[in-house]
Design a protein around this ligand. Structure first.
Ligand SMILES: NC(=O)c1ccc[n+]([C@@H]2O[C@H](COP(=O)([O-])OP(=O)(O)OC[C@H]3O[C@@H](n4cnc5c(N)ncnc54)[C@H](O)[C@@H]3O)[C@@H](O)[C@H]2O)c1
Length: 421
């Protein structure tokens, strides 16, 4: 028997996931929820949804859908709402998938407070929580996870993670930050945002790119299965009175963390920077260096040293170099990805393109092809009653790292310990 799933928040990002969740073979029934009923109707009236969605399963409030007979809720609402909504959903007995981050607010204490409350709510409820972090389901992360599990990096030494998203960047305006902010802060719920930030501004609380740190931090941390201990960070403020940054201390922050595996991790969260090239994957990327193997920009390199005490070279099962004699192995996304089960691929193919050629292969798309993998991981975790790949502890730790870096940058690089929950 499959699962019953409710989708809360059918805006710009949530609507990209609706058909994928509906199409998954382990999902029997889908409920839809958005405060704006036209967004719900758009999917209710879509013939692709018809076999799993009915009018009876359509809602316009979180309170209502929490009372429904469902196994799990997928919450893709505005980022300042996530934590309280996820806690409400967990307390109503549902497993929860949340869009990133745990919560985004211009107050470090509140971010930590909500992160702690969320960890507690997961424990108390006995339900699972998954953070929908796209970076962890990108092909680069899948490849590095496999290499790390096989010990191919050797001891980790150093890593870098970046989320470079200029305020005026974005492909054809789709992910332009001014436009994203405009749409998120209009409509039934969004229009309450201005009053909220004004209240924080009145008491001098300031935001920073580090309140949304998951895309840069999560890849290296996930691959190395590490936690951050402390950080020194610096920020650059906006200096041309751009209203977008009016309530921010900094528009760019660079942080150097020490991790519990001895690695130094350099993180950049940049929002005002001369790079708008989201297309070429320069904006959301990481590099990981080990004593025997390293990964950077789809290239894997090994030095061929054997691990002490082992008879064979440790890279015996590494991919073949693309050119004979070369030690550099450059891979395509397809070569780096884990495979999805055949029946899931087939179902997703038509969710993404109803007119897909039956003989064509499935091409994952959305944030480096992560979207179908996020959906498959959450649905499988709920169906198999297991922890998802990105847990509430991971999610809370990313926030604690962001808060520590913001505090350090406010104190001119002073070393700050990363709070522990
Ligand atoms: N790479 C990524 O991981 C990535 C990319 C884009 C967006 N996101 C995240 O996705 C989230 C959504 O972004 P978006 O651009 O789609 O926002 P959006 O404003 O377009 O959509 C949010 C929707 O949630 C609905 N909503 C809010 N509260 C609700 C409630 N209580 N009950 C029912 N509906 C409710 C709103 O009506 C709105 O339609 C954000 O938190 C963002 O951080 C993540």
């Amino acid at each position: 028997m499959g699962i019953k799933l409710g989708l809360v928040g059918l805006g710009r990002f949530g609507s990209a996931f609706t058909k994928l969740f509906k199409a998954h073979p382990l999902v029997d029934r889908i409920a839809l929820c958005d405060c704006e009923s036209d967004k719900v109707k758009q999917f209710l009236n879509d013939p692709f949804m018809a076999d799993k969605v009915s009018e009876h399963d359509c809602y316009t409030s979180l309170d209502e859908i929490c009372r429904a007979d469902l196994d799990a809720l997928v919450i893709i609402t505005q980022p300042w709402l996530h934590a309280p909504q996820c806690i409400q959903a967990l307390e109503s007995g549902k497993h929860v998938y949340s869009a990133v981050p745990v919560i985004s607010l211009p107050d470090d204490e509140e971010i930590l407070d909500w992160s702690g409350k969320l960890v507690e709510a997961v424990k108390r409820s006995g339900r699972e929580y998954m953070l929908g972090e796209t970076t962890i389901f990108r092909p680069q992360t899948m490849f590095c996870r496999r290499m790390a599990e096989a010990g191919k990096f050797g001891d980790f030494v150093y890593a870098e993670g970046e989320y470079i998203h200029d305020v005026d960047g974005g492909i054809n305006g789709i992910s332009n930050l001014r436009e994203v902010l405009r749409t998120r802060t209009t409509g039934v719920v969004g229009s309450q945002y201005q009053a909220l930030v004004d209240r924080y501004a009145a008491r001098g609380a300031k935001d920073s790119p580090m309140s949304y740190p998951t895309h840069s931090i999560s890849g290296p941390l996930h691959v190395m299965k590490a936690r951050a201990l402390k950080v020194s960070a610096y920020g650059t403020p906006n200096t041309n009175s751009d209203p977008f940054f009016a309530k921010n201390d900094f528009s760019n922050v660079t942080a150097l963390y020490q991790l519990d595996n001895g690695v130094s991790l350099r993180i950049c969260e940049f929002r005002e920077i001369g790079s708008t090239d989201i297309d070429r994957c320069e904006s959301e990327t990481f590099r990981i260096f080990g004593k025997q193997g390293s990964f950077s920009r789809n290239v894997w390199v090994e030095n061929g040293r054997t691990a002490p005490g082992t008879a064979k070279p440790i890279m015996a099962t590494a991919p073949e170099p693309s050119e004979p004699g070369s030690k550099f192995i450059e891979m395509t996304s397809g070569e780096m990805r884990d495979p999805l089960p055949r029946e899931v691929q087939e179902a997703f193919k038509y969710a993404m393109n109803p007119n897909a050629d039956p003989n064509s292969d499935f091409q994952p798309s959305g944030h480096g092809g992560s979207h179908p993998y996020l959906v498959h991981e959450f649905v499988s975790a709920v169906a198999e009653n297991r922890k998802p790949l990105v847990t509430v502890e991971d999610a809370a730790h990313y926030m604690a790292m962001g808060v520590a870096a913001h505090r350090s940058a406010q104190r001119d690089g002073e070393i700050v310990k990363v709070p522990v929950f």
